[in-house]
Design a protein around this ligand. Structure first.
Ligand code: AMP
Length: 222
C-alpha cells in the first residue's frame, strides 16, 4: 500500500497521516519533517534548506528526491508508506514514478476559512514533530508533547508572513498534480471541514473501506 497525500498546506494531511499510519501499520513520511530534521543538524545543506522553508519556498527537486529515495528504501517501508508533502511539483511526480508505483492518491480538501484556521492554530513538537492545534487538538499538558515530552512550538512558516506565500506556491506548483494523478486514474477526493477529533472514527472507517475496495468514494465530512 503506497499512498500519496495531496492537498493544500494546512488541509490536515499530516494529522490524518499520523492516525492512519497506526491503523494501516505503514510509516508516515513527511517531506517537510525530513527537511526540518536536516535543518536541525545545522549543516551547510541544513542552513540552506531552513532559509527556503522559512519563507515558504520549495527546495530543489533533485535534492528532495534523494532525501525521499533514501527514506522509502528503508526496511520499514517494505509493506508500503504514506507520503505526505511529496511530490510537490510535476517534476518530482515524474521522478517518483521512475522509482516506484503509487497505489492510491488521496486529495484532501477543505474550505479556505478552515485551512487558514488550521494553519494559524497549528503547533508541533520540536522533537518528534507530532502535530497539535491551539484550540482543536491540544496536548494533555500545555506546551509539552504527549508522545515524547518535547517542547511544542509554532512553526516559523505557519506565521502569517509565510502562509500567504505557501498557499500561492501550492496553487502554482502543486495543484497541477491533481490532474496529473486524475489522468492516471489514481485520485480520490477527501473533503473534511470539521475538526479532526470530532470525525476521526468516521474518517478512519471510510478510508479503510475505500482502500479495501469495498467502496468507490469517500463521503464528504462537512
Ligand atoms: P510541510 O511540512 O509539508 O508543510 O513542508 C514545509 C516546507 O518544506 C515547505 O513549505 C517547503 O519549503 C519544504 N518542502 C516540503 N516538502 C517539499 C517538497 N516535496 N519539495 C520542495 N520543498 C518541500
Amino acid at each position: 500500500m503506497k499512498l500519496l497525500f495531496l492537498g493544500s498546506p494546512g488541509v490536515g494531511k499530516g494529522t490524518y497521516a499520523q492516525v492512519l499510519k497506526e491503523e494501516l501499520h505503514i510509516p508516515h513520511i513527511s517531506g517537510g519533517d525530513l527537511l526540518r530534521d536536516e535543518a536541525k543538524k545545522g549543516t551547510e545543506l541544513g542552513k540552506q534548506v531552513e532559509k527556503i522553508m522559512k519563507v515558504g519556498g520549495l527546495v530543489d527537486d533533485k535534492l528532495m528526491l534523494d532525501i525521499i529515495k533514501e527514506r522509502i528504501t528503508q526496511k520499514d517501508c517494505k509493506n508500503g508508506f504514506i507520503l505526505d508533502g511529496f511530490p510537490r511539483t510535476t517534476k518530482q511526480a515524474e521522478m517518483l514514478s521512475e522509482m516506484t508505483d503509487i497505489s492510491h492518491v488521496l486529495n484532501f480538501k477543505a474550505d479556505d476559512e478552515v485551512i487558514i484556521e488550521r494553519l494559524s492554530g497549528r503547533i508541533v513538537c520540536r522533537q518528534c514533530q507530532k502535530i497539535y492545534h491551539k484550540k482543536n487538538l491540544k496536548p494533555k499538558v500545555d506546551g509539552t508533547c504527549d508522545n515524547c515530552e518535547g517542547e511544542i512550538y509554532q512553526r516559523e512558516d505557519d506565521k502569517p508572513h509565510a502562509i500567504k506565500n505557501r498557499l500561492e506556491v501550492y496553487q502554482q506548483k502543486t495543484a497541477p498534480l491533481i490532474d496529473h494523478y486524475k489522468g492516471k486514474g489514481l485520485l480520490i477526493e477527501v473533503v473534511i471541514n470539521k475538526p479532526f477529533e470530532q470525525v476521526k472514527d468516521t474518517f478512519i472507517g471510510s478510508i479503510k473501506s475505500y482502500l479495501e475496495g469495498k467502496t468507490e468514494q469517500i463521503p464528504d465530512i462537512k
